[in-house]
Design a binder for this molecule. Sequence first.
Ligand code: SAM
Length: 204
Amino acid sequence: MARPGAAPKIDDDELDSLERDLLGRAHGRVLEIGAGWGENFGAFPLDIEWIGLEPDGDRLAELSQRAREWGHTTPPLAAVAGHIPLPDASIDTVVASYVLCTVPDIAAALAEVERVLVPGGRVLFVDHVIAPAGTLVRGLQHVATPFTTRLFHGCHWDRDPEPALSARFEAADVRTYSVPGTPFRVPTLLFDGRPRAGSSLFTG
Ligand SMILES: C[S@@+](CC[C@H](N)C(=O)[O-])C[C@H]1O[C@@H](n2cnc3c(N)ncnc32)[C@H](O)[C@@H]1O
């Protein structure tokens, strides 16, 4: 029996559809952090101006090629989320899928995200997150994380980025679903938000 307040269970196709809906809300000048091999191009509206950011050299090469195939002319940035080489208030939407599990410092990355966003900009994040306290899955995530960080390029299975996201961004649509993982179901967070009104960056 489901626990009260437990995340709704969905399958891979439903997750795919929810991700496409979330990323489809990107508009204007879009910065995609940790863009990987360019898996998200099909989800974005065709009229965006896409700027990718990716620190891994091998992925960057494939990302550059796929970006060109999708008609995006700006070469992706070889950079990390903690130091985004873009001016203040220069981006309409920041997108990241399955990246906050990996960045070394979530708070530093989100500070940079807020810095580059225009006032009224938008953030769209999706990531796997830690299961609720007291669950077997949460215990397994803690046990597995020392291995996943080594085996999967710094990926933490036991992170909860939602408090850091909600502290910095006004949540417009936040949802968590239980999705099939390997080897157990994991909660996945979808976060759509905007910089908080009165953010120190925009109050002069
Ligand atoms: C699990 S992959 C996700 C790739 C892609 N976003 C996707 O959904 O298919 C995580 C990506 O984050 C990148 N990454 C790792 N550390 C990063 C950092 N500090 N800043 C930005 N991206 C980072 C990795 O190189 C990798 O491409």
